[in-house]
Design a protein around this ligand. Structure first.
Ligand code: NAI
Length: 411
């Protein structure tokens, strides 16, 4: 029995699913095999991912592969009610709705875990956290899972290092076909899509500050430049700071960047990257957005407590805060992942790659029965996804001759 906001929204959700399905050739190739082989028969899969149309196609696919599937959203703001309703009609259990309170968000996750999963698909470690917390009794039957994002893998590695991780997890984020495309091109495009649609301001000529020059930050900075912005990067890693400089961006500490920026995007996986001391230095009208996993990169608590007033923005995703004797600052999506909370997430072709890796990672866990730990996606799986994508694009590439293989092996 699913928990969705409004089942009557299903037709709008179905239209979104029908739009993305033909644009996901990697998932389609896996589907053809799943319908025949049913490799997930008998498995119970719990999913915590941002619940929008592409995620629904992954859930539908795993169900078609033979699994019982239950899905929730990995962020209280990112479930789309129409998609949830459409997915609930396909035989997948859905426990998700938009704008869940913290208590509801917790309850929805507990509902998903009630299927007593044998496999998990996690984002940011939401399911793993509970399977090592108040649902520990379920952990022993978990054969393993796949983790979507950088921050989740950081959490998993800490758990594994302390000897407490109870099952194997595959680090999907670290696969080349994931972070080189999802983090860079996906976050790059969808972050600007969300900022532009929620603010309707021009980006050309603006001073944009990107905090963090990792895979996501590179994409956010590159797309800002492409839109005509003057881009400043802040970093704590001197190697990445050099990289940003050589890529042609200004590099400086946030204390200085705070005075220059007109739009700020944090994407570090860290906390308090922008805080009270920066707010007081900012220009009037500065726009603050976060694309990192948790809503702690901009110190929203300090912003709310320090502000002398709050004003509504042009949409629910935009709220203005009046900083004492200083600027009016516009916070997007309450400091949560802007591209998902104020947009539709990554483009479909990108999520096709990421979700293809997720599905194949689950099969890997069934085939190999690994011990607890954090494992990479096998190189062959990365290559297979890359090949299918090239085929879908109609792009051929060269292949090594036998002589070339021998030559490369001779060193
Ligand atoms: P990454 O590890 O490649 O890069 C993070 C960068 O931030 C590093 O270069 C690090 O030195 C820097 N950094 C850390 N603390 C900083 C600080 N105080 N000031 C400035 N720079 C700082 O990580 P990646 O893959 O770029 O991911 C970043 C975050 O975005 C993670 O939380 C990840 O889970 C999330 N993410 C979000 C997506 C989205 O759809 N919005 C998609 C994929 C990842």
């Amino acid at each position: 029995m699913s928990t969705v906001r409004n089942q009557a929204l299903a037709s709008s959700g179905r239209a979104k699913l029908d739009w993305v399905r033909p644009r996901m050739p990697v998932l389609e190739a896996i589907r053809q095999r799943y319908l025949e082989d049913r490799p997930l028969a008998g498995q119970r899969v719990a999913i915590s991912l941002h619940l929008e149309a592409k995620t629904a196609i992954l859930a539908e696919l795993l169900h078609q592969g033979g699994a019982t599937v239950s899905v929730t959203s990995s962020n209280p703001l990112t479930a789309q009610d129409d998609v949830a309703a459409a997915l609930a009609e396909t035989g997948v259990e859905v426990h998700a709705y938009a704008e869940a309170t913290p208590e509801e968000f917790e309850w929805l996750h507990q509902q998903v875990l009630d299927i007593e999963p044998t496999l998990i698909v996690d984002d940011g470690g939401e399911l793993t956290q509970r399977l090592h917390g108040n649902r520990q009794s379920l952990a022993d039957q978990v054969l393993g899972g796949a983790e979507e994002t950088t921050t989740g893998i950081t959490r998993l590695k800490a758990l594994a290092a302390s000897g407490n991780l109870r099952y194997p997890m595959i680090a999907v984020n670290d696969a080349d076909m994931k972070h080189l495309f999802d983090n860079r091109y996906g976050t790059g495009q969808s972050t600007w899509d969300a900022i532009m649609r929620s603010t309707n301001v021009v980006i050309a000529g603006k001073s944009v500050v990107v905090a963090g020059y990792g895979w996501c930050g590179k994409g956010v900075a590159e797309r800002a430049r492409g839109l005509g912005a003057r881009v400043i990067v802040t970093e704590v890693n001197p190697v990445r700071a050099n990289e940003a400089w050589m890529d042609g961006y200004q590099v400086m500490p946030m204390d200085r960047a705070a005075e220059l920026g007109e739009i700020f995007v944090t994407v570090t996986g860290n906390r308090d990257v922008i805080g009270a001391r920066h707010f007081s230095r900012m220009k009037d009208g500065a726009i603050l957005a976060n694309a990192g996993h948790f809503d702690v990169e901009i110190d929203v608590k300090a912003l709310k407590e320090g502000a002398v007033g709050q004003v509504p923005g042009r949409s629910a995703a935009v709220v203005g805060y009046l900083w004492p004797n200083g600027p009016r600052l516009w916070l997007l999506a309450e400091g949560r992942l802007v591209n998902l909370a104020a947009g539709d997430g990554h483009p479909v072709e990108i999520m096709d790659l990421t979700f293809g890796l997720q599905a194949l990672a689950l099969e890997q866990l069934l085939q190999q029965r690994m011990s607890p730990g954090v494992y990479p996606v096998p190189v062959e799986v990365d290559r297979w996804v890359a090949d299918i994508r090239l085929q879908a694009l109609g792009i051929g590439i060269d292949h090594l001759s036998a002589d070339q293989v021998r030559y490369l092996a001779s060193f």
